[in-house]
Design a protein around this ligand. Structure first.
Ligand code: ADP
Length: 643
């Protein structure tokens, strides 16, 4: 196989050399023609000169022919043999006509020259046989002489020399053609590689440029428009379109298009049924790329009026994982404009486009969700605001009601109290024990009612910010003792032990009446929520500077009991007005009875007064438990001086 190819190459080499061989032969025979005319004896001149001239004409003529029409490699050796045969016949004729043994020298030269010229050993051997054969046939017709023997020896040597030259030259020529072949192959390969690299580089640069641009665009319409425009301009296609799948996944919609004329824009929104006519619909149905070299020959393609010059088309699915988002459709006005390599490259680009589309879709969803959320939040805020306004109005109305009710109740109550007092001093009542008990009952009820109305008035004043304070130096210990004095009977009745340790406290600047109410409510509560036989402690201390993060000088009074305690969940709520735990209906009556009922105002008043003084009040309790009685600790912090 290799041998045959190498011989073909050698034939081709000879074919390329043949014009020079023909020209050289033509030249030699032109000179020979002139030499015959000048040098040879008269009677043989016309024949020899005619033969030489004919050979010169033929070979020179063939030179001109060969320069115009290349010699086919397989014809090179037969043509070379023809020329060699012509030359041989000329030399034999010359030998025959002159009869000079010296003319044999031409044949020797021909043999050696053929060793150089012929690149086929078979053809050479043919001539190495033909030449001596022709020579010996001619010599036979000539008178014998010693020179013939010398030339026959010369003939053998020339044949051997020709063969040796031929073989060596063949070797070199073979190497030469092999090198040339390799060079040609390398060149071709290099050219292909260069071309491919160049195309790939250009396409890659375009892909990267498109990829870089599109990843930063988050608006879907903007993204799609930029993608089609960039791809069309960068890759030089005549039209680029993007179809997206609709919500039912039944159709694809032309979402963006770019063409040279700009006429396609009017067809945005065009719908194709999946698997319906058109290459994009086919690609959407089969989820694989389709490359068509001539759209007029492919039944899947559909000619569209707004893109009249389309000749080839490439459609690539836009997919995220296995989910189809749409189709990228590329059209060219050239036949077979899309190569096999383009499919892979555009697929890479399509993958990036798909990611960018998904990002933009997600961004759009988040944006829309945000807008909905914002709307919802503002609607809820409005609702909350209006609920708050309503509550505020209700609270105001409640405060107004308390204010009005307490004022309006006070006058008739004072009248009742006054008349009852007078009644209890009348002799018929004083003399009747039953009547006495009744009037005492009415009097104690009105006193309790009076207290409640007082509390309601205090709360109303705090709410309306009209509770005026008149601070004077107040010794807390005396104030607490004063409060306790009025509660002695209750403590005795309930067998509750009360201890006070307030000696360390300095007098503080405060409204004495207001502060008395605070400790009254705290101690009454402690009595109310401590079972019989329990104990109450009232302790006081001066706070260290910056204790509880408070600026200036403060004192703290702690009212602790061994009562039922307070659930941590409601420890803040109990300071709001009218807040009560448990069912009001099951409260026992009496303000110092165990779990006795109350209007739920005591702690609200206490906090209002303490805060007006620039102090704080809070409660610490492990929890509510009527069996284990974990107790409660009410902390009251007050500034020593008022600002
Ligand atoms: P009330 O008039 O009901 O006593 P307060 O405002 O004084 O109203 O108290 C509110 C609620 O706080 C009470 O109903 C009670 O549940 C709880 N409370 C107050 N002081 C104590 C305490 N020392 N021990 C347990 N619970 C208490």
């Amino acid at each position: 196989m290799d041998e045959a190819r190498s011989q073909t190459d050698l034939n081709a080499l000879l074919a390329r050399r043949l014009p020079s061989v023909a020209l050289a032969t033509g030249g030699v025979f032109t000179i020979l023609t002139s030499a015959h005319l000048l040098l040879n004896p008269g009677k043989i001149i016309p024949l020899l000169a005619a033969a030489s001239a004919l050979t010169a004409l033929c070979t020179a003529g063939s030179y001109f022919y060969f320069t115009r029409r290349a010699v086919q490699p397989d014809k090179a050796h037969p043509i070379a043999a023809l020329i060699a045969g012509l030359v041989l016949l000329n030399f034999l004729l010359q030998l025959y006509l002159t009869g000079s043994p010296a003319q044999s020298g031409n044949l020797l030269l021909l043999m050696v020259a053929l060793g150089f010229i012929l690149l086929s050993t078979n053809w050479l051997i043919l001539f190495l046989i033909l030449i001596p054969l022709g020579w010996s046939l001619v010599v036979r017709t000539l008178p014998p002489g010693p020179d013939w023997t010398t030339y026959s020896l010369g003939m053998a040597i020339a044949a051997a020399l020709s063969l040796a030259i031929h073989l060596a030259y063949m070797k070199v020529s073979r190497q030469l053609v092999r090198l040339r072949r390799e060079e040609a192959r390398n060149k071709a390969e290099l050219e292909t590689v260069l071309k491919t690299t160049e195309t790939a580089q250009r396409s890659l640069a375009a892909t990267m440029a498109v990829g870089q641009r599109i990843t930063s665009i988050l608006d879907l319409d903007d993204l799609l428009n930029q993608v089609v425009e960039l791809i069309r301009v960068r890759f030089g296609y005549s039209a680029v379109g993007i179809y997206l799948l609709d919500e039912d996944q039944q159709n694809i919609l032309l979402q963006a298009v770019s063409d040279k004329s700009g006429r396609a824009d009017a067809h945005l929104g065009l719908t194709h049924k999946i698997n319906g006519p058109g290459l994009p619909a086919w690609v959407a149905a089969h989820a694989r790329p389709a490359r068509v070299e001539d759209i007029s020959l492919d039944p899947r393609c559909q000619e569209v009026a707004y893109l009249p010059n389309t000749h080839s088309e490439l459609a690539i699915p836009l997919e995220m994982g296995r989910e189809l988002l749409g189709v990228l459709d590329l059209r060219s006005d050239r036949l077979a404009a899309f190569r096999e390599d383009d499919v892979a490259l555009i697929q890479t680009l399509a993958d990036q486009v798909a990611i960018a589309i998904r990002n933009a879709q997600l961004y759009d969803q988040v944006r829309r969700f945000n807008l909905d959320l914002e709307e919802l939040v503002s609607r809820r805020t409005e609702e909350l605001q209006s609920a708050y306004d309503k509550l505020h109005k209700l609270d105001r109305a409640k405060s107004d009601f308390i204010d009005i009710a307490s004022h309006e109740l006070r006058t008739p109550l004072t009248v009742i109290q006054g008349y009852c007092q007078m009644l209890s001093e009348e002799p018929p009542i004083l003399s009747n024990e039953q009547y006495m008990r009744l009037t005492d009952g009415i009097l104690s009820g009105t006193r309790r009612l009076n207290e409640i109305i007082e509390s309601m008035l205090d709360v109303a004043k705090i709410d309306n910010r009209v509770l005026d304070l008149y601070p004077t130096p107040v010794p807390i210990a005396s104030l607490v003792h004063f409060v306790i004095e009025s509660l002695r009977p209750a403590l005795k009745e309930r067998q509750i032990n009360l201890t006070i340790d307030l000696q360390a406290l300095p007098p503080i600047e405060a409204d004495v009446d207001a502060l008395r109410k605070v400790f009254y409510h705290l101690i009454v509560n402690a009595i109310k929520f401590t079972p019989d036989g329990g104990s109450i402690q009232v302790n006081g201390r001066v706070l260290h500077p910056r204790e509880y993060n408070l600026p200036g000088n403060y004192i703290e009074v702690e009212v602790s009991d061994t009562g039922i305690g307070i659930d941590p969940n409601i420890q803040e709520l109990i300071f709001t007005k009218f807040y009560q735990t448990g069912q009001v209906a099951v409260h026992s009556s009496g303000k110092t009875k165990f779990k006795g009922g109350g209007p739920g105002l005591g702690l609200a008043i206490a906090r209002g007064i303490i805060e007006l003084h620039g102090g704080r009040i809070w409660v610490v309790s492990e929890g509510y438990d009527e069996t284990t009685c974990p107790g409660s600790h009410f902390h009251v912090v007050l500034p020593i001086k008022q600002n």
